[in-house]
Ligand binder design. Sequence first.
Ligand code: AR6
Length: 172
Amino acid sequence: MGDMSVIELVLGDITAQEVDVVVNAANSSLLGGGGVDGAIHRKGGPEILAACRDLRAGHYGKGLKTGQAVATTAGRLPARWVVHTVGPVWSAEEDRSSLLADCHRNSLRVAEELGAQSVAFPAISTGVYRWPLPDAARIAVATVHETLAPEIKTVRFVLFDQAAYDVFAAAL
Ligand code: AR6
């Protein structure tokens, strides 16, 4: 991590963040869903879905693989881009931690390639995909710490409720 970068926590709605990149906890179809994904498409408007459909018609014909990340317009959000990533579904039988780390690493790499200086992450995989919050927070914070290049000045984890905020605060 560069000296110039900060990692911060915010309690709130990721669709309200004025940042260069908002990371979406998407699914491999890239065509929308519930949770953060639903909120981003609802607030960002049809331009984001149109861009996702274009991706599916092009290099992402089979969809986006778990752990990978790809950018689109942010539509009407107060952001410049949405970086869509697909978190792993929690499994008690199989350790999928490296895929959750990949989401954070690859999202930051895409953000850097775009020239972004600020990136907002949700707590990827901790909703519909059921990843235990303390473990997800540990992986997210550690991976961002390891990966963060000085070009990105701010990484903001946006937590939707106080319980999630407290868990991330403990991990940080
Ligand atoms: N802002 C910030 N955080 C939010 C918001 C919001 N507006 N809404 C929910 N969260 P989830 P996943 C929190 O389910 O587990 C979708 O259907 C939420 O409390 O959005 O990666 C996709 O299409 C939780 O802590 O993402 C996929 O099919 C966290 O965001 C699937 O869900 C992540 O919850 C992905 O599941």
